[in-house]
Design a protein around this ligand. Structure first.
Ligand code: ADP
Length: 460
């Protein structure tokens, strides 16, 4: 008798978590709640990591530099084999969007907790991503879905057709790099030459494309979750417009002031796109939103830092859902079941100077974390924890949930007031000030707002 879908599911019982910090804690918790064993890994700098003590196995895979540990594919695969892991969860950052790694994991006979290598590759190239999205009816930023040619006259014609200002982007770009805004025609060719050279050096491909530069957009994104059996849902939207140097600082769900009728077709087109490319697991479609219209910019084929705000509003445990999808289970959720309630904010607490934003490493000598209804803290630090200079400065995520946006803001103010970190500098004073800001309280600020606010504060 053939197996039922549920019988064929449960492809693994031990998960290696190929990451560090707060997300390693978050994933380990989800695994344990699902009855799975966990393998934690670390670099030499992270030997004291608290999630190492609570994992079933804990292996040091290399020196402190990420390139020799968290990015060392062979070391991670060897650790998985030694510890008997059946699957690898990549978390975010590091190898999470590396198609070659996803492929190597599957070739080693393990499950990669994420989409297939080919989905990652399609979405990792911004041109092929845009093409796939256009084909699925997802609204995109005006501009061709092909690479720019070398012929100067053709490039000029494309820019004129789009209309200035335009933005030149590296097809293989990421992390806010490999982009250049072109305000007018006389600097077009210089911008192309510079971006091509940057792209070749940083991303190993000189492929570029061009699109309309939107001047006052908001950053709004849609969370999706898909199984291996042709089912997909979207879990509402988030606003991540509060950015400094293209890095998100505060996120919220839902995005304020967006009518359900406006977002509904966009969410459905994201689901459609997932079904068309055979997407598996969790993913995020990022959009710029300006003058009532949505424009796709990229898809992140992994779990995101800001997933908790969606968990708080939708009630869905996104990490568990992601692991279950990788196990081959059928999604236990249909679109009609998804209801988002209340409002959630997330603050990224970084070990950095609140004025200069320079990273601050050292020992946490005192730590007090807030608690109470609607408050969640995702962190790996404790009093005595040594913040290492080697990695991202994120040390904790403070998340709140309340019935309305105003109540959620008040709750975040209280939560920030109750957070004390001593021994290192953090951005907490800056976050406290931001949550007192009138325009932010009104909502609907654009992606440039935070930088302008910082400039005004410095000048005052
Ligand atoms: P990356 O992969 O490097 O993060 P994205 O394509 O997601 O690059 O863009 C990063 C940021 O750059 C966006 O959040 C937005 O602030 C800005 N940006 C990208 N494309 C445009 C555009 N067409 N118009 C205006 N701003 C843009």
């Amino acid at each position: 008798m053939p197996e039922t879908l549920e019988q064929s599911a449960g492809r693994f019982d031990t998960v290696l978590i190929a990451n560090r910090g707060e997300i390693a804690v978050r994933i380990q918790r989800a695994c344990r709640e699902l009855g799975l064993k966990t393998v934690a890994i670390c670099s030499e700098a992270d030997r004291q990591a608290p999630y190492g003590k609570t994992a079933d196995s804990f292996l040091c895979i290399g020196p402190s530099t990420a390139a020799k540990s968290y990015l060392n594919q062979d070391a991670i695969l060897l650790a998985a084999r030694l510890a008997g892991a059946g699957a690898i969860h990549p978390g975010y950052g590091f190898l999470s969007e590396n198609a070659a790694f996803a492929d190597a994991v599957e070739k080693a006979g393990l499950v990669f907790i994420g989409p297939t290598a080919s989905s990652i590759a399609i979405m990792g190239d911004k041109i092929s991503a845009k093409r796939a999205m256009m084909a699925a009816g997802v609204p995109c930023v005006p501009g061709p879905d092909t690479a720019l040619p070398d012929d100067p006259a053709t490039i000029e014609r494309i820019a004129l057709e789009i209309g200035y200002p335009v933005i030149i982007k590296a097809a293989g770009g990421g992390g806010g790099r490999g982009m250049r805004v072109v305000p007018k025609a006389d600097v077009l060719h210089e911008a192309i030459a510079l971006t091509r050279e940057e792209a070749r050096k940083a991303f190993g491909s000189r492929s570029l494309y061009m699109e309309k530069f939107l001047e006052h957009p908001r950053h709004i994104e849609i969370q999706v979750i898909c199984d291996d059996h042709g089912n997909a849902v979207w879990l509402g939207h988030r606003d991540c417009s509060m950015q400094r140097r293209h890095q998100k600082v505060v996120e919220e769900a839902p995005a304020p002031g967006i009518a359900p009728d406006t977002i509904q077709p966009v969410g459905l087109s994201c689901v459609q796109a997932c079904l068309q490319i055979g997407y598996r697991g969790v993913g995020t479609f990022e959009f710029l939103y300006e003058d009532g219209a949505f424009y796709f910019i990229e898809m992140n084929t992994r779990l995101q830092v800001e997933h908790p705000v969606t968990e708080m509003t939708s009630g869905v445990d996104i990490v568990q859902a992601q692991i279950r999808a990788a196990q081959g289970h059928v999604l236990d959720l249909i679109q009609g079941d998804v209801t988002c309630e209340g409002h959630s904010f997330e603050c990224r607490i970084n070990a950095e100077d609140p004025e200069t934003f320079l990273p601050s490493a050292g020992v946490v000598t005192h730590l007090a974390l807030p608690a109470g209804p609607g408050i969640r803290v995702d962190t790996h630090i404790h009093a005595g924890y040594k913040v290492s200079p080697y990695y991202d400065s994120l040390i904790a995520k403070l998340i709140v949930h309340a019935p309305t946006r105003a109540e959620a803001m008040a709750r975040m103010r209280e939560a920030l007031a109750g957070t004390e970190v001593e021994g290192i500098s953090t951005n907490i004073p800056f976050l406290r000030a931001l949550f007192e800001d009138g325009a932010f309280a009104q909502g609907e600020t654009d992606i440039h707002y935070l930088e302008q606010w910082l400039k005004l504060r410095r000048a005052a």
